[in-house]
Design a protein around this ligand. Structure first.
Ligand code: UDP
Length: 516
């Protein structure tokens, strides 16, 4: 869609390599394609290969004029230090990416880089192309990371007695930087020395409820102030002057107001999956919507199984794409679920289960597969959006990844949170304490607690949670409707990009005229 004689802006979009990042960013790319922009979507090569193997993504996006995929062929550094891996990934990828931008045809007018890929923003600044960071994190976790220097200055970090992160030799196939750590209940026993319920009072807006245990694990829960992980995300996310965040005003308004004290331009355009669905419906193209941007093969048989279950009777259990659980933890969950006497649909990626030595089991324990048949259904990867929207689902036991949290909110499904690392610790605190959309089981993995929480969510306190989740679901829907907050923000983003493009075009023309 050209505007007059001005060519449509060409936008380069580059997500980080996690499933949640790729998923959300592809949805943004589709929304911007619908606005008539030319999009180049860059993936790390091994991520793209998996995406193509497991989805119809190339055929789907070929419908958009000017859309193309490109890949960056990084090798995968296997340094055991997480930040060191990330640094190496950035060092290797940056020159390749820079060359790609410089040589791009058509010329790149705007860059949307993932908030945790700081080098993308650095390249944009070096070449002089307008850029923005896209955050697949919640606003509350963004703000927590942002505020860490103040927390440190007030001596509220480090946390005494927290051990250095335990590294397992097991290498997850996909996730370079976060692949060798186990959190959750494993660390609880080791975190003995200091009271993890001590309040952190230097994150503005969270003074009364953010505890040490709610700080991002693996990054900010450190015993040593010189830990390289501590400022790592803070440094990456602070590069841009403007932000796109996959959230909505009605959910995170108070924290967004805090962020606005430091940023003048914030576009809150989430929940992105709901936004895209609504947009396609409004132009009569709902059949184009596909939730599947999966890096794993989706097992759709669970939908048939759900079709045969009573309404709101099933607990959906999934810990996302990068959580790793020990065999013991898995069995605690299994006993808790079975003892709760509720039906469950459980996603277990075989590569996500390790033994006590940190070795990958490579398969789901047999007794679990056999013993759970009566009440449960286990798959290796599910069509999660469809699952959460299914009438048989009554609750979600989740690792509190931001996409999973938003998908649950949009489907009106209450949650039990078992956060693993990073932003998930903050998200789960908000889900339980602020939004009252469920329960937080962080740092505990005990069959009796699992059983009790499942029964609280599905039976004893069901009414309370159904009420609050239905209200938030309604607000999420409104935010992406025609005049809703997220819809207006997306329109503003589109207009701002168009305006920038127009000005750049006019200035190039002036230069041409002068040089003649
Ligand atoms: N997902 C899925 N099928 C599954 C498990 C997860 O499609 O069996 C999707 C889910 O819908 C979400 C993404 O994978 O969009 C996970 O992102 P999230 O931010 O929740 O967690 P992460 O995997 O990044 O930790």
């Amino acid at each position: 869609m050209e505007q007059g004689s001005i060519p449509s802006p060409h936008i380069l979009i580059f997500p980080a390599q996690g499933q949640g990042h790729v998923n959300a960013t592809l949805k943004l790319a589709e929304l911007l394609s619908l606005a008539g922009f030319k999009i180049t979507f860059i993936n790390f090569q091994y991520v793209h290969e998996r995406l193509v193997r497991n989805t119809d993504v190339e055929a789907r996006f070929s419908k958009y004029h000017g859309f193309q995929f490109k890949t960056i062929p990084v090798c995968r550094p296997d340094d055991p230090q997480r930040t060191e891996r990330w640094r190496k990934l950035s060092v290797k990828s940056k020159p390749i990416f820079k060359r790609m931008v410089i040589e791009s045809k058509p010329t790149v007018n705007y860059i949307i880089g993932d908030g945790v890929l700081g080098f993308v923003h650095d390249v944009a600044v070096e070449i002089g192309i307008p850029a923005i960071q896209m955050h697949c994190l919640s606003a509350c976790s963004f703000w927590t990371f942002f505020s860490i220097p103040d927390v440190v200055a007030a001596h509220q970090l480090p946390i005494k007695g927290i051990p250095t992160i335990i590294c397992h030799p097991f290498l997850n196939d996909l996730f370079i930087p976060f692949n060798c750590i186990t959190y959750g209940s494993n660390l609880l026993k080791l975190k003995g020395k200091e009271d993890m319920d001590r309040l952190i009072t230097k994150v503005p807006g969270m003074e009364t409820f953010l505890r040490c245990r709610d700080l991002p694990a693996g990054f900010c829960q450190v015993s040593d102030i010189s830990d390289p992980n501590l400022f790592f995300i803070t440094n990456e996310i602070r590069k841009s002057q403007a932000l796109i965040i996959n959230t909505f005003e009605e959910l995170e308004g108070p924290i967004l107001s805090q962020i606005r004290t430091r940023y003048s331009k914030i576009y809150t355009i989430g929940p992105l999956h709901e936004h895209l669905k609504t947009k396609l419906r409004s132009i009569g193209k709902q059949e184009l919507y596909s939730s599947s941007n999966s890096l794993w093969k989706v097992d759709g048989t669970c939908i048939t199984w759900l079709d045969n279950q009573p309404s709101q009777s099933v607990l959906y259990v999934s810990f996302g794409s990068s959580t790793i659980v020990t065999r013991d933890q898995l069995m605690e969950f299994w006993y808790g679920l079975v003892n709760s006497k509720k039906k469950f649909l459980w996603v277990i990626r075989p590569e996500s289960v390790i033994n006590q030595d940190g070795d990958n089991l490579g398969e789901i324990p047999e007794e679990l597969q056999e013993g759970g048949k009566e009440r449960g259904y286990v798959v290796k990867w599910a069509p999660q959006e469809e699952v959460l929207a299914h009438k048989a689902i009554g609750g979600f036991l989740t690792h509190s990844g931001w996409n999973s949290t938003l998908e649950s909110i949009a489907a009106g499904v209450p949650m039990i949170c078992w956060p693993y690392f990073g932003d998930q610790q903050v998200n789960s605190r908000y889900v339980s304490e602020i939004w009252k959309l469920g329960l937080d089981m962080k740092d505990v993995c005990d069959r009796r607690v699992v059983e009790k929480m499942v029964n609280d969510l599905m039976v004893d306190r069901r009414e309370e949670y159904v009420k609050s989740t239905a209200r938030m679901q309604e607000l999420a829907r409104k935010s992406v409707s025609e005049d809703g907050s997220s819809s207006c923000c997306l329109n503003r983003l589109i207009e701002d990009i168009r305006l920038m493009n127009k000005k750049a075009y006019a200035s190039d023309n002036d230069k041409d005229n002068l040089s003649r």
